[in-house]
Design a protein around this ligand. Structure first.
Ligand SMILES: O=P(O)(O)OC[C@H]1O[C@H](OP(=O)(O)OP(=O)(O)O)[C@H](O)[C@@H]1O
Ligand SMILES: O=c1cc[nH]c(=O)[nH]1
Length: 212
């Protein structure tokens, strides 16, 4: 498990703005900060991709550079995943994408997740990167992964979240033991409504407006 804010970097500044109850009211800044975190996490994850040397012709000479030979398929969970996904796509610009509509029906400890619309390219033998800013109970991402297997079995899976709870991490580690976790921050706990504490509130609402 890799936790970005365990090391001092500009990522902590973006995350602090996402959490700040005043700053987060600016929905454009909120979305942009999710995107910026996605960009930083893409950079970190890129270090694990397969690379091979390729020749590049500059105007003056030929040189050899190590380049990624495969980009991950980026799968995201609507709604809050969208700006985060966009950040990953800014860096993994040749990635294919998959989208899942999943939402928490009742925000209690036994909350149910509804997985609706799903679309994906083939995942067979690919590197899959599931991105969702909030890993709370972990149920949305675990169900999303299971539901996505109808598109093929990835050979390697990563999950990226901006903020996670220890309960969510434990759920993912139990349900998906081979998945690599990339977190912005690992918070303290869940509250009785399955919100992350201290967390940042409802990411989907902050990015796109309060659900009816
Ligand atoms: O780990 P879990 O307990 O499953 O919770 C995490 C989910 O909650 C949020 O979505 P939400 O259901 O609030 O939908 P929204 O993004 O459309 O607002 C978030 O984007 C995750 O998908
Ligand atoms: O704290 C939480 C938990 C789930 N979804 C959110 O948007 N926030």
């Amino acid at each position: 498990m890799h936790i970005l804010t365990q090391e001092n970097s500009i990522a902590s500044y973006f995350l602090a703005q996402l959490r700040d109850v005043t700053v987060q009211k600016d929905s454009m800044r909120f979305r942009r900060n999710l995107e910026r975190l996605g960009e930083i996490m893409a950079y970190e994850i890129s270090k694990t991709l397969p690379f091979s040397p390729k020749k590049v012709q500059t105007p003056l000479a030929e040189t050899t550079v190590n380049l990624p030979i495969e980009f991950p398929v980026l799968a995201t969970v609507l709604r809050a995943g969208l700006p985060f996904h966009h950040g990953f796509l800014n860096y993994f610009d040749a990635s294919e994408s998959a989208f899942v509509a999943a939402y928490r029906i009742e925000k209690t400890h036994d909350l149910q997740i509804q997985v609706d619309y799903m679309t994906s390219v083939s995942l067979e033998n690919k590197i899959l990167l599931l991105v969702d800013p909030m890993l709370a109970t972990g149920k949305s991402l675990a169900l999303t992964y299971q539901a996505m297997l109808r598109f093929g079995v990835p050979r390697e899976t990563h999950i990226a979240a901006a903020v996670a709870s220890p309960e969510g991490v434990a759920h993912i580690q139990q349900e998906l033991p081979n998945v690599k976790l990339w977190l912005g921050a690992l918070d303290e706990k869940l509250n009785e409504f399955s919100y992350i504490i201290p967390g940042l509130g409802d990411a989907g609402n902050l990015a796109y407006g309060a659900k009816l």
